[in-house]
Write a protein that binds this ligand. Sequence first.
Ligand SMILES: NC(=O)C1=CN([C@@H]2O[C@H](COP(=O)(O)OP(=O)(O)OC[C@H]3O[C@@H](n4cnc5c(N)ncnc54)[C@H](OP(=O)(O)O)[C@@H]3O)[C@@H](O)[C@H]2O)C=CC1
Ligand SMILES: CC(=O)N[C@@H](CCC(=O)OP(=O)(O)O)C(=O)O
Length: 349
Amino acid sequence: MAEESSLIKAGIVGATGYTGVELVRLLLAHPQVELAAVTSRSDAGQRLDQMFPNLRGHCDLVFAAPDVKQLGRCDVVFFATPHGVAHAMAAELLAAGPRIIDLSADFRLRDAELWAQWYQQPHGAPELLPKAVYGLPEIHRQQIATAELIAVPGCYPTAITLGFLPLLEQGLVDVDHLIADAKSGVSGAGRKASVGSLLCEAGENFKAYGVAGHRHLPEILQTLNQLAGQSTQLSFVPHLLPMIRGILATLYARLSDHSKDLQAIYEQRYAAEPFVDVMPAGSLPETRSVRGSNLCRIAVHRPLGGDTAVVLSAIDNLVKGASGQAVQNLNIMFGLPETMGLQSISGLP
Ligand SMILES: NC(=O)C1=CN([C@@H]2O[C@H](COP(=O)(O)OP(=O)(O)OC[C@H]3O[C@@H](n4cnc5c(N)ncnc54)[C@H](OP(=O)(O)O)[C@@H]3O)[C@@H](O)[C@H]2O)C=CC1
Ligand SMILES: CC(=O)N[C@@H](CCC(=O)OP(=O)(O)O)C(=O)O
């Protein structure tokens, strides 16, 4: 009789999107995972490697329409879908057995009313919120290990939260005037057709959006409040850059305690973190140095020794900002080395 495989069987709902196909790339290279099911409604029946030629020679899977019965045979199911989809399927799927890692915003906010306000539709599964763990390993590693349902943080929230974290944990800044000026590549908007993502709209152009209030704001504040142990105020302005991958967040905070060595504080806080690189004093993190890698590279500055801390935080939105962070969560949940399958180095130039 054939031996039952000890590999973790993984399924992906929404594997034709940018985060979905990035998950496929990462999971195919993961030594402890067998990719068992990939879904797409519009491309059901098509082979993955016909649609994504980078997968030729690595994968002979075929997209199927999402089916709880088939996905229920997996050990873990990733949702790489627009918000609302995991709400609709999660309860039935959890009852069938798999653990869930949701890349969408469905379970990120603890407050269902707040979610409904920002996402302009009722929360579809408030009864599951007590089970959901916000999957930022640098804060919630212990809870992730035993979680059934992970809400993978958004891309901007990952870059911004990791950047502010040491300052807030140590109570070093005025929490009423935090500023996050963040820039993202166009893949952040997903693969679906939209005018704003066309080359002629996004190329050779640079603009802010969501200034009146972006849906990542309540998510970021939820974690900043937790870190600070009090209510915080943040001005957050996202921008669209004419590049494909990457986020650079420039963060400003007014120091309330001027006596501390910020470089030493950042280095100590992240010394044991495999995916946060605190760069030497004076460094300028750049998106190309994290492209395709799961790293968040951070540099902390104090211009002219003044009373403002300026933190630069760079990630790849599709890796540490989504699919890589999802795999980091999987590793923690299944007791694997946290860096397994995630050690690729960005290519330069
Ligand atoms: N792009 C990024 O940088 C980041 C994205 N995210 C989040 O991750 C999620 C996926 O994003 P992204 O990959 O960019 O999205 P895309 O628009 O590129 O892909 C969405 C995928 O979901 C599938 N899908 C859409 N509607 C449904 C449905 N009702 N039921 C089942 N499957 C559906 C689509 O396939 P089909 O329609 O054929 O079924 C497609 O495979 C989103 O919630 C996004 O906000 C989070 C962090 C970063
Ligand atoms: C450039 C761009 O359009 N970025 C997207 C962020 C995508 C994302 O991460 O969405 P969720 O975290 O909510 O899932 C945006 O601003 O809406």
